[in-house]
Design a protein around this ligand. Structure first.
Ligand SMILES: Nc1nc2c(ncn2[C@@H]2O[C@H](COP(=O)(O)O[C@H]3[C@@H](O)[C@H](n4cnc5c(=O)[nH]c(N)nc54)O[C@@H]3COP(=O)(O)O)[C@@H](O)[C@H]2O)c(=O)[nH]1
Length: 828
C-alpha cells in the first residue's frame, strides 16, 4: 500500500484501502492484533483468533485486552494459579507498552513467536501491535540441529585428544574442551569470535610455540600450508616439554579437522625403555631377570663377564645355583621372605663358572603382575665387591696394626679382648695379660736415633711373636709398650713360664744399624678374672704390675697385687703435687758436711733437697725423687737445686767461709739432656761460684746407661773445671773398662756397704776393694752413711779419703751448715 500519496482519500477510496488492508491482514501467515492505548482491540485478523484459539464471538472491536486473555488464562495456558492474578499481571505488563518478543508453546503443541511493539500516531502513544508467528517447524529444525550439535560435541569430547574444526574460511567452528587445555589457549582468545586460523597461528608464534624466528614469516608459512588443504601429520614439542602428535584432515566441503594427541608419556616411556635396555647392556652391574620362582629368564653382559657363564648356560636354572645363600638360610625361606617383603639386599658369595667364589652386593626386587598383583618376576642386581672388600680388609688391617712392627695395635687388642673375655667367662677360663715395657729403650732411641730404636722394636716384636703360641696374641701399644694375651692358662705359673721365656728371648744382644744393643723387658702380669672383671681393669692392672717390675730393678716380671694400686695412686698423688712445688716455694736445700777421714777436717758439703708440703709435711726425697725422675719433673727440680746450691756456697764464701766444695746430685735424666753442660755453666755464671768448687754426684747406674755418651759429657764438664763423683758406687754394674775412661775425681761408697761394714764381711770386702780400685785409678774415695766411730776407724785404716755421715753431722739447714762449717774451719 502506497502511503506517500499527497491528497487525502475520499470515502470510497478509504473503503477500498480498508478492504485491501483487511485482505493483507487476512492473508498474512501470522496472527496480528492492534490494541489502542486503552488496551481495546481495534485491528486483528483470523490468524490472531487461530493462534490464541479464541472463539469468534469473543473477538470484536473495542473488546478489552483483559477480557481476551481471560480465555487462555481460564484454560490454564498461563500455568496454574489464580486466573485473576494472571490476568492482572499480564494486563499490567501490556500497559507498559514496551517492545517485547518471546516464544510461547500453545496447548495445541505449536510454538509461536510473540513480538510486540508500541504504536505511535503523530508522536502520541496510540497502542501496540502484536504479531504471532508460528515457528513450530523452525523450532523443531533448530532442536534437531542442536541435538546433532550436542551429539557431535559429545563425540568429540569423548575423543582423548584435542579436536578442532576450522571452516573453509579458516575459522574455528568447533573444538572440544581438551583443545584449549592441551594447547593452553586462553578463553579470551577463543571467545573473541571469529577465531581465525591466522589469529591462532599468530598467538602461538608470539608465545614461541613454533620456536625462534621471524613470527610473521612463520605465520605466513603456516597459512600457505593450510591453503594446500592436504592431510598432514607431524609431531611438535611444545615449550612446556609436552610432545603433540598433530593430524589434520581436510573436509570435503572445505575446512579442516585437526586432532592433537599428547604423546609425551608414550615418548618418555619409549625413551625410558631404550635407556633401560642400554643400562641393561652396558652397566658393569650384573642384572638377572627371573620368573616367580627365581628361574633365570635373562642376564645382561655384565653377568656373563662376572661369572663366566653365557646366557644360554644359565637360562632356566635358579639363581641359587649362582648366588650362594648363607648356610643358615634355605632358598624356600629366602623366596618366601622376598615375595613377602618385596625386596632383599645383602652380601652373597657368587660362584663363577671356574668354581671360584667372589663377594657380591646383591639386591633382589619383586616385580608384580599388573593384573593379578601376584609376584611375577624378580630382578637380581649383582655388584662385584671384591675390590671394595680387599680395600676394607686393607683399611681394617691398617687400622688394627702397628705400621712399624706389623703387630696388632691397641684397637686390635681391645677388640680381641672383647672377643676373648666373654669366652673366658663362659668357659670359666683363666687368661693372662702381660704388659711389657723395654728397659733402656728411651735412652737407645734418644741417643742412637730413631732408626736404631725402630729396628730394635721390630726385632723385639719378632722375638715376642716367636716365643708365644699361635693362639696367644701379641700387640704393640706404641713406644716400647707391648701386650701379650695368653687366653687359656691352667694356672698363673704358666704365665710366669712365658714371662721367663720372653726375658730369655730378649736377653741376647740385638744388632741394629751397626750397634749391638742390650735391652731387657719389665713385665707386669694380671689375670682374668682374678685381677679385674673387664678388659680395661686387667690391662690397667698389668700396667701397674709392670711399673712395679721396673721399680724392682727391671728385667723381671711381677704379678699384679691389689696393694700395687695403692702405690700407683700415691705415685700419681705425689706427681700432681710435685708439679707445683717449685712455684709454690715448697722446696728447700739442706747441706751435709763431708770430712777428711784422717783429720775430720771439712772438705765440703752435699746439697740435699727437702720438700715441705703445706699439708703432708716433710716428704722424703726417697718418695718423690723417683717420681720426679720418671715423669721428667727432675729436670726442672735439678736445675733449681744446682743454681741454689751454687748460690748458697757463694753466699757463704762471701760471708767469710773458707771456700770449699759443694756436691750436687744429678739424675740420669738430667745427664741425658743435650743442654746439661749449658745448664751447669748457667748455674755457675748465675751464682758466681768458681767451677772448681762444684762437684756433681752422678749415680753409677746413670753413667752406665750409655757409657760412651756419659764419657763425652763428663769430659766437657771436667774441661769446665767441675769435679765429678760416682755416687752409690757398688750398687750398679760398672765396667772397669769404662770406669778408667770416666774423667771422675771421687768414688762414693754407698751407705748400704758402710752400714754393716763392722759385721758383714762381704760389705767390708766391697768397701775395701772399692778404696783399692779407686786409688789404683788415681781417684779419691768418700764413704757415706758413717754413723759410728768403728765404721770411721775401719774406713780410715783402709785408706778411705773422706767420710760423710750422722757421726759428724746430719744434713743441716743453710744457716746451721754455715755456722757449723765456719766454726770448724776457724778452729783448724
Ligand atoms: N737427683 C737428686 N737426688 C737427690 C737430691 N737430694 C737428695 N737426693 C737423693 O735422694 C735420696 C735420699 O736423700 P736423703 O733423704 O737426703 O738422704 C741423704 C742423706 O740424708 C742420707 N745420709 C747421710 N748420712 C747418713 C747416715 O749416716 N745414715 C743414714 N741412714 N743416712 C744418711 O744419705 C742420702 C745421701 O745420699 P747420696 O746422695 O747417695 O749421697 C738419695 O739417693 C739422694 O741422692 C737432689 O737434689 N737431686
Amino acid at each position: 500500500m502506497d502511503t506517500t500519496e499527497a491528497s487525502p482519500p475520499n470515502a470510497t477510496e478509504f473503503g477500498r484501502r480498508y478492504a485491501y488492508l483487511q485482505a493483507v491482514l487476512s492473508n498474512l501467515p501470522q496472527g496480528i492484533s492492534v490494541f489502542d492505548e486503552h488496551l481495546r482491540l481495534r485491528v486483528w485478523n483470523q490468524g490472531f483468533l487461530d493462534v490464541l484459539n479464541l472463539p469468534a464471538g469473543a473477538v470484536f472491536d473495542g473488546v478489552h485486552f483483559s477480557e481476551l486473555i481471560r480465555i487462555p488464562a481460564e484454560r490454564g495456558e498461563y500455568g496454574p494459579g489464580d486466573v485473576e492474578e494472571h490476568i492482572a499481571r499480564i494486563t499490567a505488563l501490556a500497559l507498559k507498552f514496551e517492545a517485547h518478543s518471546f516464544e510461547r508453546a500453545r496447548p495445541s503443541g505449536r510454538t509461536h513467536l510473540v513480538q510486540g511493539e508500541p504504536l505511535f500516531i503523530d508522536g502520541q502513544l496510540a497502542g501496540f501491535i502484536t504479531t504471532y508467528t508460528d515457528i513450530t517447524e523452525r523450532k523443531a529444525a533448530e532442536v534437531e540441529l542442536q541435538r546433532h550439535d550436542n551429539l557431535l560435541q559429545t563425540v568429540i569430547e569423548s575423543i582423548p585428544s584435542a579436536v578442532s574444526l576450522f571452516s573453509k574460511d579458516k575459522e574455528l567452528i568447533l573444538y572440544n574442551q581438551e583443545f584449549p587445555r592441551l594447547l593452553d589457549l586462553p578463553p579470551s582468545l577463543l571467545n573473541d569470535r571469529p577465531v581465525t586460523m591466522e589469529k591462532l597461528f599468530r598467538f602461538n608464534a608470539e608465545r614461541g610455540e613454533y620456536g625462534p624466528g621471524d613470527q610473521q614469516a612463520i605465520v605466513q608459512t603456516l597459512l600457505v600450508k593450510a591453503d594446500q588443504n592436504q592431510a598432514h601429520r607431524f609431531e611438535r614439542t611444545r615449550p612446556n616439554g609436552k610432545t603433540l602428535d598433530i593430524r589434520g584432515m581436510p573436509l570435503d566441503e572445505g575446512g579442516f579437522v585437526t586432532i592433537y594427541t599428547d604423546i609425551s608419556e608414550r615418548r618418555a616411556s619409549a625413551e625410558r625403555e631404550q635407556l633401560a635396555q642400554k643400562v641393561f647392556n652396558h652397566t658393569p652391574t650384573g642384572i638377572i631377570f627371573t620368573d616367580e620362582v627365581h628361574r633365570i629368564l635373562s642376564i645382561n653382559p655384565a653377568t656373563t663377564q662376572m661369572t663366566g657363564y653365557e646366557a644360554f648356560e644359565l637360562l632356566g636354572h635358579t639363581v641359587f645355583g649362582l648366588a650362594n645363600l648363607p648356610p643358615e638360610q634355605n632358598p624356600e625361606c629366602f623366596q618366601e621372605n622376598v615375595a613377602l617383603r618385596g625386596s632383599w639386599r645383602g652380601e652373597l658369595e657368587v660362584t663363577k663358572k671356574s668354581g671360584e667364589d667372589f663377594p657380591a652386593y646383591v639386591r633382589v626386587t619383586r616385580v608384580d603382575d599388573p593384573h593379578s598383583g601376584m609376584p611375577a618376576h624378580y630382578i637380581w642386581i649383582l655388584a662385584d665387591i671384591t675390590e671394595r672388600k680387599e680395600a676394607e680388609e686393607r683399611m681394617r688391617h691398617i687400622a688394627q696394626h702397628d705400621a712399624l712392627t706389623g703387630l696388632p695395635n691397641r684397637l686390635a687388642l681391645l677388640m680381641r679382648l672383647a672377643q676373648l673375655l666373654p669366652e673366658a667367662r663362659r668357659h670359666k677360663l683363666t687368661m693372662a695379660i702381660m704388659f711389657l715395657d723395654l728397659d733402656r729403650f728411651k735412652i737407645i732411641n734418644d741417643t742412637l736415633g730413631h732408626p736404631v730404636g725402630d729396628e730394635l722394636l721390630r726385632e723385639v716384636a719378632c722375638r715376642l711373636s716367636k716365643v708365644v703360641r699361635e693362639t696367644d696374641f701379641v700387640a704393640r701399644l706404641g713406644g716400647d709398650e707391648f701386650v701379650v694375651i695368653l687366653p687359656g692358662i691352667t694356672n698363673p705359673s704358666d704365665a710366669a713360664i712365658v714371662a721367663n721365656k720372653i726375658i730369655a728371648a730378649l736377653s741376647s744382644p740385638i744388632e741394629a744399624e751397626g750397634h749391638e744393643l742390650h735391652t731387657s723387658p719389665s713385665i707386669g702380669i694380671s689375670l682374668f678374672p682374678d685381677d679385674g672383671p673387664d678388659g680395661d681393669t686387667i690391662l690397667k692392672n698389668a700396667d701397674t704390675a709392670m711399673y712395679h717390675a721396673k721399680a724392682a730393678g727391671r728385667n723381671n716380671y711381677q704379678f699384679f697385687a691389689a696393694d700395687m694400686n695403692k702405690a700407683t695412686a700415691e705415685r700419681l698423688n705425689i706427681e700432681r703435687k710435685l708439679r707445683h712445688a717449685i712455684a709454690r716455694n715448697e722446696l728447700a736445700l739442706c747441706f751435709q758436711p763431708q770430712f777428711r777421714a784422717d783429720s775430720s777436717q771439712p772438705t765440703g758439703v752435699e746439697a740435699l733437697i727437702r720438700w715441705h708440703h703445706p699439708t703432708d709435711g716433710l716428704i722424703s726425697p726417697l718418695r718423690f725423687i723417683p717420681v720426679a725422675e720418671e715423669t721428667g719433673i727432675i729436670v726442672e727440680i735439678g736445675e733449681w737445686v744446682l743454681l741454689n746450691a751454687c748460690r748458697e756456697m757463694k753466699h757463704w764464701i762471701d760471708a767469710g767461709l773458707k771456700p770449699m766444695r759443694i756436691a750436687v746430685n744429678v739424675s740420669a735424666r738430667q745427664l741425658r739432656r743435650r743442654d746439661f753442660c749449658e745448664t751447669v755453666a748457667g748455674a755457675l755464671a748465675g751464682s758466681g761460684l768458681p767451677a772448681e768448687l762444684l762437684e756433681l754426684e752422678i749415680t753409677e747406674s746413670s753413667v752406665m746407661e750409655n757409657p760412651e755418651e756419659a764419657i763425652q759429657i763428663l769430659e766437657r764438664l771436667g774441661r769446665m773445671g767441675v769435679s765429678l763423683a760416682i755416687d752409690d758406687f757398688g750398687t750398679g754394674y760398672s765396667s772397669l773398662a769404662y770406669l778408667k775412661l770416666f774423667p771422675i775425681d771421687h768414688l762414693k761408697i754407698d751407705r748400704s756397704f758402710v752400714a754393716d761394714i763392722e759385721h758383714d764381711l762381704n760389705d767390708r770386702a766391697i768397701a775395701f776393694g772399692t778404696i783399692a780400685l779407686a786409688h789404683s785409678l788415681g781417684l779419691n774415695v768418700i764413704a757415706e752413711g758413717v754413723e759410728t766411730a768403728d765404721q770411721l776407724e775401719l774406713l780410715r785404716a783402709n785408706g778411705c779419703d773422706e767420710v760423710q755421715g750422722y757421726l759428724f753431722s746430719k744434713p743441716l739447714t743453710s744457716a746451721a751448715a754455715f755456722a757449723f762449717l765456719h766454726a770448724r774451719c776457724r778452729s783448724e
